[in-house]
Write a protein that binds this ligand. Structure first.
Ligand SMILES: [Zn+2]
Length: 287
């Protein structure tokens, strides 16, 4: 899954000791990837890697090599080219894309949490960049990950897809929404599908997840079977929602149909492609 599996040893037991982090930073092989307002910096189809400076956060050890990340703000390095994360996801090898997503989520959190949410005073980084601490009131702040359920709803033969008003014309995808306080994931699945599409679901099952660094979500992929209700866009977010036959989705996947699907690096597309493969198997056609 794109953006997942950075495959690092995050060294959570050691990174809290500043002298240990300093020693890793000073290792000759230590490297830092760079982000700026313009995106993640690349060179020759890989991440641009430089010596880590004092402000870099520690990501982990890649086969023993210390990997850091730094944010340049509106500055630019001496070489390389910047790319947005969506573009980087399609151009970088999977392990580089995963590192870029991890770094973007962590560094973005630092940039948005420079002041204490409890007392308003400046906070300072701790734990090699995996915590911020407020010296004024003693509050510890930790990086956020926001859970989002993304749901493949089927009635057995058809797939439920919706189109957000803000999306390009004819782009359809599976439905998704943030988990709210006090909800189990299954509750969030039922509520989202009822709210957005007016469809009741039962027998939800978990399939897979994808870190989604825009800025720091975790997409939790579910399959759900529709129990009733005719789809109609209840939510102001959705311009349309309806059932799609397998043939219609297949044509869209082959980019020869009336509608467009999300790009291949997204969990949304993986859920849709997985359903197509099952539908093809059920009908005896090659998937
Ligand atoms: Zn405070």
């Amino acid at each position: 899954m794109t953006f997942a599996g950075a495959g690092l040893d995050r060294a959570a037991g050691e990174r809290g000791r500043p002298e240990w982090v300093r020693a890793r930073r000073e290792e000759p092989e230590a490297r830092a990837l760079l982000l700026s307002e313009r995106g993640v910096w690349m060179e020759d189809g890989r991440l641009l890697l430089v010596r880590p400076d004092d402000g870099a956060v520690f990501l982990g050890l890649a086969s023993g090599v210390p990997v850091f990340a730094a944010h340049l703000g509106d500055e630019a390095p001496a070489h390389g080219t910047p790319a947005g994360l969506r573009e980087a996801a399609t151009e970088l090898p999977a392990d580089d894309a995963a590192l870029a997503a991890y770094a973007a989520s962590l560094l973005g959190w630092h940039r948005r949490h420079r002041f204490c949410a409890n007392c308003g005073q400046p906070t300072e980084p701790r734990d090699a960049g995996h915590e911020r601490y407020c010296p004024a009131c003693g509050t510890h702040h930790f990086p956020r990950t926001d859970p989002v359920v993304i749901v493949r709803v089927t009635d057995g033969l058809r797939l439920l897809l919706g189109r957000k008003a803000a999306w390009p014309e004819r782009r359809y995808s599976v439905l998704a929404g943030y988990v709210e306080p006090g909800e189990a994931l299954e509750d969030a699945v039922r509520r989202e599908i009822r709210e957005e599409a007016g469809v009741e679901v039962l027998s939800t099952s978990y399939l897979a997840s994808q870190p989604w660094p825009f800025p720091s979500s975790l997409m939790l992929g579910f399959h759900a079977h529709a129990a009733g209700g005719e789809p109609r866009p209840n939510d102001v977010e959705l311009a349309d929602v309806r059932w799609f036959e397998a043939a219609e989705v297949e044509a869209a996947a082959a980019e020869s149909g009336e509608v467009f699907l999300p790009p291949p690096f997204t969990i949304a597309r993986r859920l849709i492609d997985g359903w197509l493969a099952t539908a093809a198997q059920a009908s005896g056609r090659p998937g």
